[in-house]
Design a protein around this ligand. Structure first.
Ligand SMILES: [Zn+2]
Length: 84
């Protein structure tokens, strides 16, 4: 039988997660549209919505604001938050 965790414990776990500040220097792998290979870019770079080019096939595309927002939400859900 699985007992649900008391709310206080859940809150502590949550607090522990959100206190993990994600550095701008952290590299995030971005998958290429054409070949699916991943090339890593730092969050600092991605924030500027750069043109990103694949390290494998050289395919270049623009990293969009919408993509950055998706990435940000994903990282927040994974327990990180941004120092901005
Ligand atoms: Zn590629």
């Amino acid at each position: 039988m699985i007992y649900p965790l008391p709310k206080a414990v859940m809150a502590d776990v949550y607090e522990g997660h959100v206190s993990t500040i994600l550095s701008d220097k952290v590299s995030i792998p971005i998958a290429c549209d054409r070949c699916d290979c991943e090339t890593e870019y730092s969050i600092q770079t991605l924030k500027t919505l750069p043109s990103i080019s694949c390290g494998h096939c050289g395919h270049t595309r623009k990293f969009s604001q919408a993509e950055f927002e998706v990435l940000k939400q994903f990282l927040i859900q994974a327990g990180f938050h941004f120092s901005n």
